[in-house]
Design a protein. Structure first.
Length: 416
């Protein structure tokens, strides 16, 4: 089954993915709130996304759904009334989940709530305080150094109150009830690679797959990081076993090499499939073992679930200087990288869709190829090697999948 886009369509889709990132870029998102809702409503223009809301206070395993946070404005003014830090110029300026405040305080006290990057003096860091009520501002180190002694007006017009955790879900029914999970986190504000790139990729992946006839059913999740996947698993614990393969998409728009982080199982079909595709892609890549640190694969692979879910990114999180800073902007992500990432995801799904398990009904000794038209009249030739490989596999295995039992390890999927 062919599900890949043509080169022409792929290039155009890369541009469209970038356009979606550009549209979502200004929105201030968090793990809850109206920024998430606004983002999901924009995605509904592309796919029939269901928007779900879970109330504050609901227990989800060892966690509790937090209060909902929204912000309208925030700034710091100097003694002259000049805004020296302005949320409306960059939503990264505000410590995400800051509690409301309107006070005048001295510079020394203000500095206790300021965050900068001294080694990157022109970049604004991204900082959060989801589960510990506090307030703060992020700014460039040069801005910090320019602050003069005196009194400053601190204003944060935000709310932290009972509400909802909001996430998006799209279920695409296939021939079977077995599912492939594709997930991304939607909680970061104006950060392009982490993770508007993942949001865009999953959106366009869903959009393309919805036009095809598929063997697997597909579940697409747009969830806040950590608490979102924990909440979804808590609400869907009984049905999670339907997930047979899964990928968490993040950081897929930078120019770095593709990197795959294995599932906890390490040798699940998704792990072998991604390794197979990357090996035969002719592009540099890396494969990392599972660790309980990263994106939402941590939750899907937690011991109580141990789902076969890996994470396919480009440069790993925290391994590029722009990570969680204002430098992760529209100049950092590239349409060509987005298109290449999408193409790789599609190639992986194509193998999973086609890699059926076959039962050898004649397992005693190898089959006679000649009477089936699979062996030439004269021995010693290499004719019809591809067909002979199919039968050769069944002379070894009682049951076999094409990709991992029959296909020679040095051959790519198209060999068959």
């Amino acid at each position: 089954m062919k599900i890949n886009l043509t080169a022409c369509d792929l290039n155009q889709t890369g541009l469209e993915m970038y356009d979606l990132i550009s549209e979502l870029y200004p929105i201030c998102r968090s793990i809850t709130g109206n920024g998430v809702r606004e983002t999901l409503k924009i995605l509904q223009r592309h796919i029939p996304l269901d928007i779900r809301e879970v109330p504050t206070g609901m227990p989800v395993f060892d966690w509790t759904v937090p209060k909902e946070w929204n912000v309208r404005d925030a700034y710091v003014k100097n003694a002259k009334g000049e805004k020296v830090i302005d949320f409306k110029k960059s939503n990264l300026h505000l410590l995400n989940y800051s509690t409301p405040i309107h006070e005048k305080i001295p510079l020394a006290q203000l500095k206790e709530h300021l965050f900068t990057l001294s080694d990157r003096p022109d970049w604004i860091p991204y900082r959060t305080s989801y589960y510990s009520e506090n307030w703060g501002f992020c700014l460039t180190h040069r801005q910090l150094e320019a602050l003069e002694d005196g009194e400053y007006e601190v204003y944060i017009d935000s709310s932290l109150e009972d509400g909802y955790l909001t996430y998006g879900e799209y279920f695409l029914k296939g021939e079977t009830s077995d599912e492939i999970l594709l997930s991304c986190h939607i909680c970061h504000p104006s950060l392009c690679n982490d993770n508007l790139s993942g949001i865009s990729l999953i959106t366009f992946l869903a959009k393309h797959l919805s036009t095809l006839s598929l063997r697997y059913s597909y579940r697409f999740l747009f969830i806040p990081g950590t608490i979102g996947s924990i909440t979804w698993l808590s609400l869907n614990e009984e049905n999670a076993f339907q997930i047979k393969h899964g990928l968490v998409a993040a950081g897929v728009g930078d120019s770095g090499n593709l990197t795959y982080k294995k599932s906890r199982r390490g040798d699940a079909e998704i792990d072998r499939t991604v390794a197979h595709i990357l090996k035969h892609s002719t592009r540099p890549y890396a494969i990392a073992e599972f660790s309980p640190y990263g994106y939402d694969e941590r939750q899907f692979c937690s011991p109580g679930f141990n789902l076969p879910v890996g994470s396919l990114t480009r440069t790993p999180f925290n391994c590029y200087p722009e990570y969680h800073t204002s430098a992760d902007n529209l100049d950092f992500v590239r349409p060509t990288a987005l298109a290449e990432s999408l193409d790789t995801y599609l190639a992986i799904l194509e193998v999973l869709e086609s890699n059926k398990k076959y039962v050898n009904t004649n397992p005693k000794c190898e089959p006679q190829l000649g009477k089936r038209g699979l062996y030439g009249a004269f021995g010693g030739k290499k004719a019809r090697k591809r067909k002979r490989w199919r039968c050769y596999g069944f002379s070894i295995y009682r049951t076999a999948t094409i990709a991992y039992s029959i296909l020679p390890s040095d051959r790519n999927w198209n060999f068959l």
